[in-house]
Design a protein around this ligand. Structure first.
Ligand SMILES: [Zn+2]
Ligand SMILES: [Zn+2]
Length: 1020
């Protein structure tokens, strides 16, 4: 990596700010990305390959209406600062109480159409929004007439100058009609009888700008695909006009009025909020880059621009290609750069960096392009090295706690790498050379998808019970093109349905199908996805699996970030069975803003399958730490320590088993989960769990209805902000409570028809067998977000409550997903119900008896009355026809029952004596003990003790003997977790201050490590 001293950095930043556009580079023919060679490859490929020809057809079709518009028409289409923008018609940040009031006619009914329910047709129905629920059309006035009456001498809308006599309801033109002013919007919104504004035009204009920018892009594509300069001509008119107005665009005045946009609460932005503006500016710069070569010699264009400038008394000189380039360089590229520096453009990490990179590429003028790109790699600039190290984990995901958000960084860095590599021949910084562990970003989404098909809905991601994979085969193919890493090719092939069809096509390349051929070869050799789960200790996800595809079972336990777009949900789990999520997370909140249903419910701890402690939500944490992890065929188990989420507790730890379901040989096609949640410390513990939406059958409890109120109390109505009661309790309604519950009871959720495509005859259930003592158990209902398509109306919760001083709780539950008929006949706890030892006897309908054993004090022997004994952490015994037929021991020395006498060496422990301290070279460490180099430990986890926030657990890829020592290779990762030298705040993000004072690590040399051991015994 290039490490520059801070003086040089300062100089660079200053020179960036001082660049205000000059004559340098205004004679250039091409933008930086769309070079002569790439454009000519593209056009040739469209003639050679059918798929490329089809792309060209689509491009031509999309640009058709835009190409048909006259120059004057296009020029006049660009609005200025005084045409207001917002992304919500009624949301008001300044008003206390309800932020949303829905549709003027049908109210809340519009909410089920999502966060952005109106989708105007700018081409055919200008200035109108149609409610998708009641089909009412607003505003009621002919806004276009008013708009045209308000165009000032510079060609821009100024509402002050408009003819206000045009502001009336077109269907009620009589001034004495009480509806004369109803639904009328002059741009600032229609105020209803309660004084609440409905900003139809503001919302329309947000969509209008998107449409305009897409139109520009359609024209720009039309040019590079066809070479017809008419497209470039039309695009240039839009670009030049946008460059006129863009410097003055400012979202803040609208934010100050309480209007809503994607500004992350900063109130800053340009056309729109600062977050989405990153994409707006990128799209403008990219279109510019595309069309530049098509504007050469277009005298008519420059004459037109000159004529408009004279007619509308515009500042600056127009009339030549140089003038045009100068105007767009300054009005768009430099303006965007300046807006990034001033935070008017600032998105999730990676987004504004990409804006600068795209502008730098389009500028294609030295020394500025290189300087702008250098800025990206400075601590106080784009801070990419700092973010790569301190905010990215070894799974290639970022510090965001929700899958979609956690992938943003990788996606933008990929775009950046493409720009740096393919375009500018920029070589001072190189993503893949300088940050080798970044390679893992390409497979992260695929690895996160259980059974290769469903990404768990964690944090602000997806929606309630949504089954979909965020793995994008094209993205992986792109990653493979940069790295030639075979793991990526294999993942791309599998995620693409075990095919390379259509993958890796680079239409700009001289041989656009070369990559696809390579991916097919590698993918075919590797074959389909193997069965079984794994640990993603970088992101923080423990996956247990059994079977494969939609008929498989999967348990996903999230133990990553509880901050950023996460929920405070460390150790939350969901269960995938019969093609559905059966203990579903709420997913993306109703609105990503501060309203009770988000902040205090969807984004609360109690709405998750977790133990809620002391009435307090979990704290912000990077993640939990694996204690052990084991996945075998038909048997998986792990324990994750989540104490970082409740630092005041002594223990906050979850141990889970997924047993059965492997579909191998026998009738073993059912699977169940054992959940052991241990909490020590605090005075109030609530184990919260919910199954799929639907009815709950109760066995063994006698709950009494609470007549009014919520879980927060009889006097506390549903949905109110927290005050003197724990967060989330007011969202649990229809409460029933058993004040004297038994240790053992059973709840049976029947997934309702309509839930994510289920029908009545699917008959899918989830049974929970509770096996621990609570002081009271309540059942209640809670609503997931109501504005996401497919979300259920409500979910049924169970809340097992324990209280006292310095509590020590172990919540034990067996969770049984089944179709039509349950397969578990009976369950019994064989232990003393209050010690560290858990022993559960599970009798199946087919007569099989299984024992699941867990001993948190693993060094002590566990002795059961029926003769079972175990020395170890976890065990499993299967008995058929009175005979032991299988036994599994994890991290133990002995497991005995009947004729089985299983012995094992127990957990493997030792010390790390040396490790790779660099970013490159992969994650390797040298151990003080000799480990087998025969491949027997490949795939196992080596769990290194650490005081760091990060989980120092790594999958062993290979073990070799080198110079008489044991070297463990953990794949293309790095143990570096941060830069030394402290932090600074840049654009409101905390990032490392300098890159030249060395690194901090996940763990240190000398640390103890453990490798989970196991032994399987089968009767022969
Ligand atoms: Zn409506
Ligand atoms: Zn959640």
């Amino acid at each position: 990596m290039m490490i520059k001293n801070s003086l040089a950095c300062l100089t660079l930043s200053l020179s960036l700010i001082n660049w205000t556009g000059n004559d340098t580079g205004t004679d250039r023919i091409y933008g930086g990305f769309y070079t002569a060679e790439r454009i000519s490859n593209l056009r040739a490929n469209c003639d050679i390959f059918e798929w490329a020809g089809k792309q060209r057809d689509v491009v031509i079709e999309r640009a058709k209406t835009w190409l048909a518009k006259s120059d004057e028409e296009l020029w006049a289409m660009v609005p200025g600062q005084k045409l207001p923008r917002t992304i919500d018609v009624t949301f008001d940040r300044l008003i206390p109480g309800s932020k949303f009031i829905g549709c003027l006619i049908c109210g809340d009914k519009i909410r089920k159409f999502g966060n952005y329910p109106y989708d105007p047709d700018c081409e055919n129905k200008p200035w109108k929004l149609t409610c998708p629920s009641c089909m009412s059309v607003f505003p009621t006035n002919d806004f276009e007439k008013f708009y045209l009456s308000a165009i000032d001498e510079h060609g821009l809308f100024d509402p002050e100058k408009g003819d206000r006599s045009l502001l009336f309801n077109a269907d009620h033109p009589d001034p004495d009609d009480p509806l004369y002013k109803f639904g009328v919007d002059d741009g600032s919104g229609y105020n209803d009888q309660n004084g609440r504004a409905h900003r139809y035009i503001g919302y329309y204009t947000w969509k209008y700008w998107t449409w305009l920018n897409d139109g520009l892009e359609a024209l720009a594509n039309g040019f590079i695909y066809t070479g017809d300069k008419q497209y470039a001509h039309k695009a240039a008119i839009l670009l030049d006009r946008i460059a006129d107005v863009y410097p003055d665009m400012d979202w803040k005045p609208y934010a100050d009025r309480g209007w809503y946009h994607s500004d992350g609460g900063s109130m800053l932005g340009k056309i729109g909020g600062s977050i989405w503006e990153t994409g707006v500016a990128q799209q403008l710069a990219d279109s510019y880059d595309k069309i530049l070569s098509g504007t050469k010699g277009d005298k008519e264009l420059y004459a037109f621009l000159q004529q408009q400038a004279e007619k509308y008394e515009l500042p600056g000189i127009k009339g030549s290609r140089e003038d045009f380039i100068k105007n767009v360089d300054k009005g768009i590229l430099y303006t965007a750069l300046e807006a990034v520096l001033s935070r008017q453009i600032r998105g999730n990490q990676g987004m504004h960096q990409m804006t600068v990179a795209t502008c730098a590429a389009a500028l294609n003028t030295e020394p500025y392009t290189t300087q702008w790109l250098d800025w990206l790699f400075e601590p106080e600039g784009g801070a990419i090295p700092g973010l790569m190290i301190s905010r990215t984990d070894h799974d290639g995901t970022s510090d965001e706690g929700a899958p979609g958000y956690a992938f943003i960084w990788g996606r933008y860095m990929t775009e950046l790498a493409r720009l740096l590599g393919d375009t500018t021949k920029y070589n001072r910084n190189n993503i893949f050379r300088d940050f080798p562990q970044f390679v893992n970003t390409y497979t992260a989404a695929y690895r996160m998808s259980v059974l290769g098909i469903a990404t768990p809905n964690i944090g602000d991601a997806g929606s309630t019970g949504l089954v979909s994979s965020q793995a994008n085969p094209d993205f992986m193919a792109r990653g493979y093109s940069f790295t030639r890493n075979p793991d990526i090719a294999v993942a791309a092939y599998r995620a693409n349905g075990n095919s390379a069809e259509g993958l890796g096509r680079d239409i700009f390349s001289p041989d656009p199908e070369a990559l696809g051929r390579e991916i097919r070869q590698t993918g075919e050799k590797a074959g389909p996805r193997p069965e079984g789960g794994y640990l993603m200790s970088g992101f923080g996800l423990a996956l247990l699996e059994s079977g494969s595809g939609r008929s498989g079972f999967a348990l996903a336990d999230n133990y990553g970030r509880t901050k950023m777009h996460a929920h405070p949900d460390l150790l939350n789990f969901d269960l995938f069975a019969f093609g559905h999520w059966l203990a579903p997370d709420h997913g993306y909140p109703e609105f990503a803003t501060k309203i009770p249903s988000n902040t205090e419910w969807t984004g609360s701890t109690i709405s998750h399958n977790l133990v809620f402690v002391n009435g307090q939500p979990q704290k912000d944490a990077w993640g939990g730490h694996a204690v052990f992890f084991k996945q075998l065929k038909g048997f998986g188990a792990f324990e994750i320590d989540g104490q970082k989420a409740y630092p005041e507790l002594k223990v906050y730890s979850r141990t889970m088993f997924l047993i059965g379901g492997s579909n191998t040989g026998n009738s073993d096609s059912d699977a169940y989960v054992v959940d052991i949640f241990r909490v020590a410390g605090g005075n109030d513990h609530v184990y919260s769990f919910h199954g799929p939406p639907g009815t709950i059958a109760i066995t063994g409890l006698n709950p009494e209805n609470q007549k009014t109120g919520t879980y927060a109390g009889e006097q506390i109505p549903k949905g109110v902000w927290t005050k003197d009661f724990p967060v989330g309790y007011s969202h649990l309604y229809n409460v029933k409570r058993d004040q004297d519950p038994p240790v053992q009871f059973m709840l049976d959720w029947k997934a309702e028809a309509g839930y994510r495509g289920l029908t009545e005859k699917d008959d899918i259930h989830l049974r929970m067998h509770s096996l621990s003592q609570s002081q009271d158990v309540a059942l209640a209902e809670g609503d997931p977000p109501q504005n996401k398509p497919g979300n259920p109306r409500k979910l049924g919760y169970v809340l097992m409550h324990r209280y006292g001083t310095d509590l020590n709780s172990t919540f034990v539950n067996v969770i049984e997903p089944y179709k039509k008929f349950p397969f578990i006949k009976s369950i019994r706890r064989l232990d003393k119900v209050n010690g560290p030892e858990i022993a559960i006897q599970i009798e199946l309908k087919d007569g099989t008896i299984e024992y699941v054993l867990y001993n948190s004090a693993g060094q002590n022997s566990m002795q059961l009355e029926n003769g079972i004994s175990m020395n170890g952490t976890a065990g499993y015994i299967k008995v058929k026809d009175g005979k032991v037929i299988k036994g599994i021991l994890v991290n133990g020395s002995a497991l005995k029952y009947g004729k089985m006498n299983l012995k094992s060496k127990g957990v493997i422990t030792g010390k790390v004596i040396k490790m790779n301290r660099e970013l490159s070279g992969g994650g390797w460490l040298i151990t003080d003990i000799k480990l087998p180099a025969d491949g027997s430990l490949n795939g196992e986890q080596i769990i290194v003790a650490t005081d760091s926030q990060r989980d120092a657990s790594y999958t062993i890829r290979n073990i070799v003997r080198e110079n008489g020592q044991t070297k463990v290779y953990c794949g293309p990762i790095s143990f570096v977790r941060d830069f030394k030298g402290g932090t600074i705040e840049v654009r409101t993000f905390t990032v490392p201050k300098s890159y030249d004072q060395g690194y901090l690590y996940d763990f240190e040399e000398g640390a103890q490590f453990r490798i989970t051991s196991h032994k399987v015994w089968t009767r022969n």
